[in-house]
Design a protein around this ligand. Structure first.
Ligand code: 13P
Ligand code: SF4
Length: 310
């Protein structure tokens, strides 16, 4: 089967089986093209809450599909490839967070959305890379425990100097591979290019950037800028999408090491197979199943994120 034939079949199955496809910006071009909603994790959370279809297929990583299920609990939510997890989301367990809360009970717990549903049950408010600064600055509380990403936390601390933010030592293994030397070398090699980076990068990298933002933020900045050259400091797929969408501009990689194997795991054929299997018992192994109690407890901090993130 060719890529075009697979895409055509997916589009037919979407109509026949009332399926809506959500795809994170890091997914491959062919998956983005069959998706109904694409974007960063904040946009996809807002989109998931609005879906009217019976079934959601979520192309991304596990915590994102879980978030979609929590925001649309009456829908059946499926992952095309359930092996796609986020390494950072697994870095902190509930015992560790419970101990930190006990040690400092006066701190509000702000969780990056890249966390498990179980951990979210202990958190006060969630944030994403595009909403963290806005949400933290809108909070009345001054004392905050920010988990698990110390780089996004440090970025928020810099943007909100009136807050007292305690960080956990977590982070994205892919973004942490980008170094200050990579940034200096890329800027020296491409002196006319603007450096656009994700806040999951280390502070030594973000402080050299011309723009720091989410995956969608980086794409919009590059599309709307009058500049013609950009160094992209997030998963390699974003530079590939930008090359396709802005053929008149040039995109360079901050480092070729910035690869998230999990985000690359889902293929167009995985999407086709889950669409074929939906409405049969074969799809059960890829359905997101969560108890009503877990959804009720874990979504409180996500609802607060959407209220404050507006
Ligand atoms: P976004 O908020 O940009 O979607 O980031 C999610 C993520 O996992 C980046 O690595
Ligand atoms: Fe998680 Fe990092 Fe992959 Fe994003 S790039 S999904 S934070 S491991």
């Amino acid at each position: 089967m060719t890529v075009n034939e697979a895409m055509q079949r997916i589009n037919e199955l979407k109509k026949q089986k009332d399926i809506c496809i959500l795809a994170h910006s890091y997914e491959s071009r062919d998956i983005i093209e069959v998706a109904d909603f694409t974007g960063d994790s904040y946009k996809l959370s807002v989109d998931a809450a609005k879906v009217t279809n019976k079934n959601i297929v979520f192309a991304g990583v596990h915590f994102m599909a879980q978030t979609a299920k929590m925001l649309s609990p009456d829908k059946s939510v499926y992952m095309p490839n359930t092996a796609a997890g986020c390494e950072m989301a697994e870095q902190m367990d509930t015992d560790t967070l419970a101990a930190m809360k006990k040690a400092e009970p006066d701190r509000l717990v702000v969780a990056y959305i890249n966390t498990t549903a179980e951990l979210k049950t202990l958190c006060d408010v969630c944030v994403t890379s595009s909403s963290a600064e806005k949400i933290v600055s809108s909070l009345d509380e001054k004392k905050i425990l920010f988990i698990p990403d110390c780089n996004l936390g440090a970025f928020v601390q810099k943007a909100c100097p009136d807050k007292d933010i305690k960080l956990f030592n977590g982070g994205c293994p892919a973004h942490q591979r980008a170094t200050r030397d990579d940034a200096l070398a890329a800027k020296a090699k491409h002196p006319n290019a603007l450096l656009l980076v994700h806040p999951e990068c280390r502070p030594a990298v973000t402080e050299l950037a011309d723009y720091v933002g989410s995956t969608s933020g980086i794409m919009s900045f590059a599309k709307n800028s009058d500049n013609k050259e950009f160094i992209i400091g997030t998963e390699l797929s974003i530079a590939e999408h930008l090359e396709f969408e802005c053929p008149d501009k040039k995109f360079y990689l901050l480092t070729k090491n910035l690869i998230c194997p999990n985000m690359r795991m889902t293929t167009l054929m995985d999407v086709l197979h889950i669409c074929e299997d939906i409405d049969t018992p074969e799809a059960a192994d890829r359905e997101i199943v969560m108890s009503d109690e877990l959804i009720a407890k874990a979504r409180v901090c996500i609802d607060k994120m959407i209220t404050l993130g507006g």
